[in-house]
Ligand binder design. Structure first.
Ligand code: CP
Length: 313
């Protein structure tokens, strides 16, 4: 593995999940692996979990960590080839990625979708620009279209709580006041396609995800029907993909409640808006796995760094 940009960079999800669970039992067992190695975390957007879990994971491997809030601390980057840079951008990705590569051994990047221009978002110019021009491994800490560290943490959490050979897992859209990206839902779908599960996606009409990603998945527009006999319910808001970046509905009938959840376990990547996306009663119940998901973010990224460090040494 040269970079970790997508859940599809994982050669065997079950093997990785087992390795992450083993790592979790003794997180400092590879603390010499990252000695005299540095990871640089570049944030173009806000974070709580990604920033702290990634830093924690690097520290547990003995790495040094440099963090930059790139969006408001660094120069505005240009990505276009051959652009006459007489407008707002000050530095080209070609120099920036090569320079960052001189200071560290791995670079991890968070750069969300703008949700205005679908083609621009899907081109993934930030993460792909670094992958193209950096001479060190690049890790995706949530890009325009994917959040593969979250999906790996979710796979670990599912494995830890699953008691059935083929569990029913439902991805349910929920209302939100703002337009949110598709990255978490996309990577969750990609990850579920690698699982032996009865997987169902439910959302109002108009909220279909990218059909290239959901190809072959069971989509059920009736949320109650989708939730019948579910073992795990993963709730997430996303904006419209077809009417790109628009909020078409804030219908609180889609909010996850105790009654809708039934006996299923509740999952969400966080941050979550209480009583909009999900009721207090669900988040405050023993059925909620959200804090465990956040905990598993450490072991997901630690496993990715461990594998990348092994290719460097
Ligand atoms: N789930 C997640 O990525 O959380 P943050 O946005 O706080 O990093």
């Amino acid at each position: 593995m040269k970079n970790y940009l997508s859940i599809n960079d994982i050669d065997s999800l079950p093997v990785w999940v087992d390795e992450a669970i083993t790592l979790k039992k003794d997180p400092y067992q590879f603390q010499d692996l990252g000695k005299q190695k540095t990871v640089c975390l570049l944030f173009f957007n806000n974070s709580l979990r990604t920033r702290l879990s990634t830093q924690k994971a690097a520290m547990q491997l003995g790495m040094e960590v440099m963090i930059m809030n790139f969006g408001n601390e660094s120069w505005a980057l240009e990505y276009g080839d051959g652009t006459v840079m007489d407008q707002g951008t000050s530095e080209h990705i070609k120099e920036a990625a090569r320079v960052v590569s001189q200071y560290c051994d791995i670079v991890a990047i968070r750069a969300f979708a703008g949700l205005v221009d679908k083609a621009k978002d899907e081109a993934e110019e930030v993460i792909n620009g670094f992958a193209q021009y950096a001479s060190i491994p690049v890790v995706n800490m949530e890009s325009s279209v994917g959040h593969p560290l979250q999906a790996l943490a979710d796979a670990i959490t599912l494995a830890e709580h699953n008691e059935k050979p083929k569990p029913k897992v439902v991805l349910s859209w929920a209302p939100h006041p703002k337009a949110l990206p598709h990255a978490v839902a996309n990577s969750f779908v990609d990850m579920m396609k690698l699982q032996d599960a009865d997987f169902v996606i439910t959302h109002p009409k108009g909220y279909e995800l990218n059909p290239d990603i959901t190809k072959g998945c069971h989509i059920e527009y009736d949320q109650d029907k989708a939730l019948e006999d579910a073992d795990f319910v993963y709730v997430k808001n996303w904006s419209s993909y077809s009417d790109y970046g628009q909020v078409l509905s804030k219908d609180l009938d889609w909010t996850m409640t105790e009654q809708k959840l039934g006996k299923a376990k509740f999952m969400h990547c966080l941050p979550v808006r209480r009583n909009m996306v999900v009721d207090d009663a669900v988040l405050d119940s023993d059925q909620s796995l959200v804090v465990e998901q956040a905990h598993n973010r450490v072991f997901a990224v630690q496993l990715v760094f461990k594998k990348l460090l092994e290719t460097l040494s």
